[in-house]
Ligand binder design. Structure first.
Ligand SMILES: Nc1nc2c(ncn2[C@@H]2O[C@H](COP(=O)(O)OP(=O)(O)OP(=O)(O)O)[C@@H](O)[C@H]2O)c(=O)[nH]1
Ligand SMILES: [Mg+2]
Length: 278
């Protein structure tokens, strides 16, 4: 298999697969495969299938074009009619998935509205993948959701009622961020992040044990995502996690970066439960 960092267009796919005679995949398809392995809920599964189909449309169109001009077509095989039948199936399936997803989202929106009616503050956990969001969620909500060192352990958005020193609030765990997230994935997956937009407080988790370069790279791409989502800075509280993995000295430059941008932050270890309010 060959994996490319940049997104491939349909012609590039066809040409590369013909030349190399192995499966060719770009970064987006790779991320989708990871998503597929981890998707638990019906919504996540449908979102992945929809994204896959949408990525495939231009490819299949290219195959149809090639078949029409009598070209030998590789992996899809089956000739022009089979491909056209497949294309029509894709279109029907896309329409069906869209309807199902809309119904699921409507139900969730109702839930958000109902929670709002109860007047409970909404707190959302966000941040780069593997920052420790679910670890903190589990600690605060006394839950045991899936935690992993690999990217995208969490694909679904789930919420719990949590008591913060006497104050009740709804805490929501979300999908993690990554660099250069392809627009198609933002569109399909970050719809689940709509909940974040409703939050009164957005906890922005960062792994403070990353080296400075990696820390600042993840910090900057997260800020870009917040901007793209239109989340106001005043709602965001940076949470510097995994302080148990640092010696407390080499983190001052990272703290400086965060303070420069947000003015405040919290230093914690979601794993050990240690926290320090500054
Ligand atoms: N040492 C240490 N490890 C931590 C801490 N918090 C989380 N981890 C580890 O970091 C890894 C990622 O944690 P998760 O809670 O799955 O991270 P996440 O942000 O939910 O990741 P995604 O769901 O992929 O976005 C796991 O191996 C955790 O055990 C911490 O405070 N200290
Ligand atoms: Mg998680």
């Amino acid at each position: 298999m060959v994996i490319t960092y940049h997104q491939l267009n349909p012609i590039q796919y066809v040409n590369l697969e013909r030349r190399l005679r192995v499966r060719v995949m770009d970064r987006i398809l790779l991320i989708l495969e990871i998503f597929e392995k981890r998707a638990g809920s019906k919504e996540a599964k449908l979102q992945i299938e929809l994204t896959r189909l949408r990525l495939e449309i231009p490819r299949v169109r290219e195959f149809i074009r090639l078949a029409k001009i009598g070209e030998q077509i590789g992996f899809y095989g089956g000739g022009e009619y089979a491909i056209e039948a497949y294309y029509r199936y894709m279109m029907r399936r896309i329409a069906h998935i869209r309807r199902e997803l809309n119904a699921i989202r409507k139900r969730r929106e109702m839930l958000v509205i109902r929670r709002r009616d109860y007047g409970l503050p909404q707190v959302a956990l966000t941040g780069y993948t593997s920052a420790g969001k679910t670890t903190l969620f589990n600690r605060l909500a006394r839950e045991s959701k899936y935690v992993d060192g690999k990217p995208f352990a969490t694909l679904d958005t789930y919420s719990r009622l949590v008591n913060f020193n006497g104050l009740n609030a709804i805490l929501t765990d979300t999908i993690g961020f990554i660099d250069d997230l392809p627009p198609l994935l933002i569109e399909s997956f970050y719809a689940t992040i709509a909940e974040v937009l409703n939050a009164d407080l957005v906890l922005f988790m960062m792994d403070v044990s990353d080296d400075y370069q990696e820390f600042s790279r993840k910090f900057m791409s997260s800020i870009k995502i917040f901007n793209d989502l239109g989340i106001s800075k005043t709602k965001i509280l940076p949470v510097l996690n995994k302080v148990d993995l640092t010696d407390g000295i080499d983190i001052s430059d990272k703290i400086g970066l965060v303070e420069g941008e947000f003015g405040n932050y919290v230093l914690i270890s979601a794993k050990t439960g240690w926290e320090s309010m500054i």
